[in-house]
Write a protein of this length. Structure first.
Length: 251
């Protein structure tokens, strides 16, 4: 089992138990895309206990999102971007129509992909789109809002800014997953420190971090989650050392 598989197993074990022990799970996904592609929550959101909101500002992935969630009465897809500050209204968003994943409030994040052969033309293909936006504080002030038990953001470089906004409002979800591949090392450290001080156990891999609130975990389960993480990381680091030393691991 590689470290991705180990982390997926921890996530799944935790979310299964959380679902069993709660009368309802309120979830929030920001940057939902089509709702299923690479989304670790998709297999849970069909459960009758799961009720939540998925935000996706672009019309094409939003149409797919709405179709993918058409049979899930507890889901509310919204064709809107979530932003950290007010006023909200319309804002410029950057999109590569030929790609299903390259869209961001930060054009430099998209431009970085030019280093990859399959994305070498993204700067020429990138277009500006005006999208409807809703501020985190405005969303929290809506009459039927409930702070999420499960929160995930996947916003191509805007995740730290959003983290600061929802964390400042006092949201402390049982489970949070944040895309970190496009943010700076200082921002990753700030997220790590806030989560640890807030009573979370964190699980980091190349693209994301997910965090489990320790007071929602049985002590014996926490020991298992930590052991799985630490062993997986040790194996991963050993494999990296072997590769750097020119030793090819046996398949």
């Amino acid at each position: 089992m590689d470290h991705h598989q180990a982390f997926n197993a921890v996530r799944d074990a935790y979310l299964v138990k959380l679902t069993k022990t709660r009368p309802e799970i309120r979830y929030l996904v920001i940057g939902a895309n089509d709702g299923s592609k690479g989304d670790p929550l998709y297999k849970y959101t069909g459960h009758p206990k799961w009720r939540g909101t998925l935000f996706e500002p672009l019309p094409v992935p939003f149409a797919a999102l709405r179709a993918n969630y058409a049979d899930r009465p507890g889901a509310v897809p919204r064709n809107t971007a979530i932003v950290a500050d007010v006023p909200s209204g319309k804002r410029t968003f950057y999109n590569v129509p030929s790609s299903s994943v390259l869209a961001s409030f930060r054009p430099e994040i998209i431009q970085r992909h030019m280093l990859m052969p399959e994305f070498q033309h993204v700067e020429k293909e990138m277009v500006e789109v005006e999208v409807d936006c809703l501020a985190v504080a405005e969303y929290a002030a809506e009459p039927d809002f409930t702070p999420p038990d499960v929160l995930m953001t996947d916003t191509e470089g805007y995740d730290f800014t959003l983290f600061q906004a929802w964390w400042a409002l006092g949201w402390r979800p049982s489970f949070a997953e944040i895309e970190v591949i496009h943010i700076t090392e200082a921002e990753r450290v700030a997220i790590r420190d806030a989560l640890h001080q807030g009573g979370y156990e964190t699980f980091w891999y190349e693209t994301d971090v997910f965090a489990l609130r320790i007071d929602t975990i049985e002590p014996e389960d926490l020991m298992l989650y930590r052991a799985a993480r630490d062993q997986a990381i040790s194996v991963y680091r050993l494999a990296e050392m072997l590769v750097q030393a020119g030793v090819k691991p046996k398949s």
